[in-house]
Design a protein around this ligand. Sequence first.
Ligand code: SF4
Length: 838
Amino acid sequence: MSDRIADIWGRRTPFARDELWPVRVDQKLADGVHEADVERWVHAACTLCSNGCACDIAVKDGRMVGVRGRADDIVNHGRLGPKGLFGSWQGMQGRERLTRPLIRRGGELVETDWDTAMRTIVDRSRGLLEQKGPLTHAFYTSGQLYLEEYYALGIIGKAGLGTPHMDGNTRLCTATAAAAMKESFGSDGQPGTYEDIDSCDAIVLYGHNMAETQTVLWTRVLDRIAGPDRPLVVCVDPRETEVARLADVHLAVHPGTNLALMHGLVRELFVNDWVDEAYVAAHTVGVDELRAAVEPWTPEAVARTCGVDADDVRRAARIIGTSERVLSTVLQGFYQATQATAASCQVNNLHLLRGMIGRPGCGILQMNGQPTAQNNRETGADGDLPAFRNWENPEHVAELAALWGVHVDKIPHWAPPTHAMQIFRYAEQGSVELLWVVATNPAVSMPQSERIRRILAKPELFLVVQDIYLTETARLADVVLPAAGWGEKQGTFTNVNRVVHLADQAVEPPGEARSDLDIFLDYARRMDFRRDDGRPLLEWTGPEDGFRAWQECTRGRLCDYTGMSYERLRGGSGIPWPCNDEHPDGTARLYGDAVFRTGIPEAETYGHDLLTGATVGPTKYSAMRVDGRAILKSAAYTPPHEEPSADYPLRYTTGRTAYQFHTRTRTARASQLQAAAPSAWVEISVKDAEALGVREGDIVSVTSPRGKLIVPARVGQVRVGTVFAPFHYGYWEEDASGPSGAPTAANELTLTEWDPVSKQPFFKVAAVRVEKVREGVAAAPAPTTTASRPADPAAVPATLGGPAAEAEERLYETVPPRAPDQERLGTATPSGASEGSL
Ligand code: SF4
């Protein structure tokens, strides 16, 4: 038995290169419930990060009583992490679940019935449509809904209302992943697969604290590292994360300087002749421009800008340039920082220059943060056109118009879709008058919280919030709709490496809560949205109808779902798209044939200038004659707009802890997770702490030009000159919607600025000052296990693994590893297998 709060990644099951990752089934049942008590196990997958671990939900007496990893699934081979084990099912069972609609009367939210709530929304919606048109409407959704729900909303927004103002909180976490893949390969769609961990010789993690953000994926890496031929690890992160601790090279760059580092790494490939010239000549365009862009970035120039050692840059580049099989993963350290798309495209460029894509062990994983972010992007709930269609391609728009039975002009395609930051700007200015927020909490999660709260609270804005709990955002709503959540509804979703899972309904939702799909279909019916032939726009009777409709929408596209069905998805493992007649069992890797989706007929975008965000447009793009080749794109490095100054001398960056998810809507309702990371803190380095006279647990204020936090300090592992704050902690435990006491939300301090291409806001770049407010009476409430561990463990009592965190999960190791593939192992090149060889 293992305490899976203290022991986040569980017991090691080592394996060698090209062996199958051994199965280890993780399980957690409620106190007093034994396996024999479980009445049903219901097919599902975890929705507390983008990893998409398959699981079965234990049901007893009409309640969820536990969870078990699915041994036969290609994603997790039975494993679950702490959030999956404790948070997935307990997070749905908080006492404060919304069970009836609420409506604002006399300034207060009071209970009402569904008919009143929906009639109020529809009356306002109709009135605005008739008086001012569809641009008054905006939707801000989530990375938590199911595919069918997103697609229903995408159709409602585009073919029912005709508004381009649709986006999700995926803008905050995965927009750059999509943008980088579109710019390099012509389309969204993950090139790699988790199986590349099993086959690689080196793993490079760019701004990706995988150990905390995708704990089960990191377990797979740990098991390779524990095996006989461990891959080399390179980590780019300003904090000493668990990844950094195990890395062969740790590049602790200054936040905001990623692109300078990437230029230096790409330059090393050129100067050391580590480029596959034949591949580059046959399958890419833009190599001369790329070579020129990186030329100034010697390792010494990188060292000066990024604050790293020049020899470490050389060592990292050698690993990337000489390893036989390199896997790259990218996440928020790149996506939420300045020049996000340009830096992330350089990761793609490293692989293209080496011809290292579409083969085992040579994956690119442009990661997502949220479980169903991929579906938000695929279906058009983020404003893009569904199934990776291009708003600038009239044929793509015509395909959708034919599919939905509406005129092409109904579908907004005269300009790019409106991104989230612009939607909130329109609401601030008053042109957006109805904002419908679904399964997300912008009052805490969006940058510059005080401004966002002010916008959401505007009396002129009609705010609809659809969620499972009364979040900080819901408290500001005019109408609150109680939603069914995980385990309480049916639907599919797709994880970050394109694997589709079906989640069946395990239990009834509480009270009158309804699935998000039912709510959208009800709205469409009441609004009487119709096709041009007079039939209802959405004739679905349930999620499976929605899935079939989605399959038709994807037919022939890269994300082709036509070979799947609910029945097939229920049979065993999830299936990676494309899955069709040609690939009946799905597709592990894309682009093994070096044919990219950049031709005019299939491209999802004609691209952008990565420095300014200006669109390339069809004429210029056509003249580039890309025609199925990948594009080596780059931009000049520019420093962040907000650099440290005399008033604000420290760099500020935000992120996650392994124990919480987003604004803790679900994870805080799992006592074990909440006990592990109960309230806010900030992390500062030993050196900065000494200079400020701050000791572990002292209360400090952290101030930026936009706001202030007052929280305990963890004297920890962050690099000197940098302050880290977890972004999970808002104010819902208080009575008010904002900081009635000390402000604790990390986004009080962040910037209203975004990447010019992906439009992803910056959460990793700001300037702050730290001041001691008073002596602390205890250690900071930060985990002692992860990147947040104290610099001096002796100064902090171990807070994890105590009685509150006792776990009752059972771990089984049931399937021995298969025999190594001797043929492939025989061809392995022992390149650069140790630092000494560098
Ligand atoms: S790694 Fe992510 S998907 Fe898997 S159990 Fe943990 S939170 Fe859930």
